[in-house]
Write a protein that binds this ligand. Sequence first.
Ligand code: 6R9
Length: 572
Amino acid sequence: MNMKPIPVKEGNFNLKNYDETYNNFDWEEVKKNFSWHETGKVNIAYEAVDRHAENPAKKDKVALYYSDPNREEKLTFSDLKTYSNQFANVLKKYDIKKGDRVFLFMPRSPEYYMSFLGILKVGAIAGPLFEAFMEQAVEDRLQDSEAVMLITTPDLLERVPQDKLPDLKKIVLVGDTTGISGEQYIDFHQEMEQASDHFDIEWVDLEDGMLLHYTSGSTGKPKGVYHVHNAMIQHFQTAKWVLDLQEDDIYWCTADPGWVTGTSYGIFGPWLNGVTNVIRGGRFTPEDWYSTIEKFKVTVWYSAPTAFRKLMSAGEKVLKNYDLSSLRHILSVGEPLNPEVIHWGMDVFNKRIHDTWWMTETGGMLICNYPCMDMKPGSMGKPFPGIEAAIIDNDGNQLPPNQMGNLAIKKGWPSMMRQIWKRPEKYESYFVGDWYVSGDSAYMDEEGYFWFQGRLDDVINTSGERVGPFEVESKLIEHPAVAEAGVIGKPDPERGEIIKAFITLNEGYQESEELLEDIRQFVKKGLSAHAAPREIEVKDKIPKTRSGKIMRRLLKSWELGLPTGDTSTLEE
Ligand code: 6R9
């Protein structure tokens, strides 16, 4: 079902000829962009910030424009170096060492980025959490990672179950600490004032850890995806060729650092390339978003289908109040990018929206649409140079074009995860022979374009956020009224999928509007707003296999009115 290609339109791009570049590419050449190529001493924070701060032509360039409804800040590369050095000294003072896990649980702010870089400078491993997480979600991640320090705000402190976190020794508070006492607390601003702005970076190995991103699967608790400094090779090159970053760009990635997009391409991609980065905090409204582009004259914009669809539904009336002519290049990630959205982008911006495909586990972009390449709306594009992608069957055999199967990548790309934290068997389960198996189903057409078809497991993608049904089910059955629960993603025109829960009630409970709302709020307070089911349906029974596994596939078929397929494993 190939659509007519939308032709190459832009004239200004880094990667000039896809086929030629793909055929001649060598990651070894990319390494030559970094000083460690010769010294062997490496730290991703140095390459992202200090290197530019030490360059007279770059040190006063704006690295970060921060803006939210109450605050505006501008930091140069030199400022960022100074502040992250100061924070690194604070960490050192409190005995944070190489390899320690230090988590961040707070909204975006300039302090967020100073802290993040400071963590990397001491050689520790940063663990970013969404500010929307509630107590259970925070507990699971801090417990599993054995985090020794947390950076948060006084407002969020009540969601940190300190009594259940024996490893957590110190909590850095960003904000007004009046009334908070206890020797575990550290006042960010107070400490920063006293800290030296000179810091000797902890030089590490390319294979040393730098980032732990928790993400959801279809079973079990969220897993810690472990990334190493070596990932910078991929962050740098994909940002150059896919984001097409150039010296004078003003780049805006809308993602929160709690999501891998907000670290790989909200921090590393632009800064490794020495490009000005716009960070916008606060809630999403179409007005705020368009005004961000107008105010900062954003040239390159990386966002997600769910956001584009929201902007689309806000309509022309909002759009026509803003001057968006600065935009040169627009990209998308996180969910299938509907052809309809691409056509909307052509209409309103006169620009193509370039889809990119990758995962938390892959650390960086793998299959993309490049400015130099003809685009087929609905396709994720072609593999990045240096990446071998294929469609394989369950035994690892490559399938011919147009046949649907598992989307797989030949292992060994620079930003590939190196571990699932403390779960080696889980890590191994991703691989079949030399292939990393993504869990997405797709096919490749005769021209080498990849087309996304769906997830092979039950993972839900709601507004671009990965939610594991198991986590939501576990929370649901903690509610006194809920006996059993099965959770699925239900297709939704704006959010991609919404979370729908099927539940059975315990004896003595009657279905009512209030009860269902109470259950919804219970999940929201326990996990996060995005994990709370938008729809809850009460059933007499939840379908299960003979081995007791919830048959989410069957729930989904019922919901969508589809044939139920093989139900041989269904219990009586
Ligand atoms: C970066 C990121 C990964 C899953 C992935 C797939 C879906 C991501 C997509 C896409 C269709 C795209 N996904 N990009 N589906 N088209 N361009 O999103 O990481 O949160 O780990 O999600 O998201 O299902 O397997 P993560």
